[in-house]
Design a binder for this molecule. Structure first.
Ligand SMILES: [Fe+2]
Ligand SMILES: [Fe+2]
Length: 229
């Protein structure tokens, strides 16, 4: 009960079976707490930068989910979540041969996370962020695939939940377009859920993993039926 006597609504259990509701948490929602004016202004610039990124929804949701898993997450961590993959927007980055190389390949993933951990702070400095903020995002971005520190584990959870929520059709498309086998594409969804180290984040990720696997199988099946016609 709050001081005014109003009962706060119960927090949604996103790990529960009834939690997979589209549009929840609300897109770009912020929890009720103080955010600095500089963070709020920077966040708008970030949404502009990611607007034409091929996987914009995944980045947007990573920023949303990190605040569900950790409503008190520091501002630099929300910014890191929103931008963690942005090296892929800058030509010249590492390329994973998805047909043959495992999803958890350390050489590819270290190159990917390490490159984002340089490009994102540079972009932040160019857009008026403090040196302190620009420096603070590097390590969590570096850890977003494998986790490691508490901040890295939160990043990994947000990355995984968001990916599993938004990218079932993208992954099914890799298989139906022949970029990798159906089994290899399925392994991506398995890895994204199974790898999560943060305990609360893991429960949510596994919930979304179940749904994304179901959707993946339906999309692949529908495509092979079309091919048989
Ligand atoms: Fe990534
Ligand atoms: Fe990601």
């Amino acid at each position: 009960m709050s001081e005014s006597g109003a009962q706060a609504p119960p927090a949604r259990d996103y790990a529960g079976p009834g939690a997979l509701i589209p549009q929840e948490p609300a897109w770009r929602a912020l929890p009720e707490r103080e955010f600095s004016a500089s963070f709020l202004a920077l966040r708008e610039h970030i949404y502009d930068w990611i607007e034409d990124y091929y996987d914009r929804d995944h980045l947007t949701r990573a920023g949303d989910w990190i605040l569900v898993v950790a409503p008190d997450a520091p501002e630099h961590l929300v910014i890191a979540a929103l931008l963690h993959d942005m090296e892929r927007k800058v030509p010249g980055g590492p390329v994973l041969d998805m047909a043959t190389v495992p999803w958890d390949d350390p050489t590819y993933n270290d190159a990917h996370t390490g490159r984002s951990a340089v490009i994102v702070p540079e972009w932040l400095r160019e857009h008026g962020a403090s040196e302190e903020l620009a420096a603070a995002v590097a390590q969590p971005i570096r850890e977003h695939e494998f986790g490691g520190s508490p901040e890295g584990d939160l990043m990994q959870a947000a990355d995984s939940i968001s990916f599993l929520e938004t990218n079932d059709a993208l992954v099914a498309g890799w298989a139906t377009r022949g970029m990798c086998s159906v089994g290899k594409a399925r392994e991506k969804l398995l890895w994204m859920g199974d790898r999560v180290r943060h305990p609360g984040g893991r429960k949510i990720a596994l919930n979304y993993q179940r749904r994304s696997l179901e959707s993946f199988e339906n999309l692949v099946e529908r495509r092979s039926e079309d091919d048989r016609r």
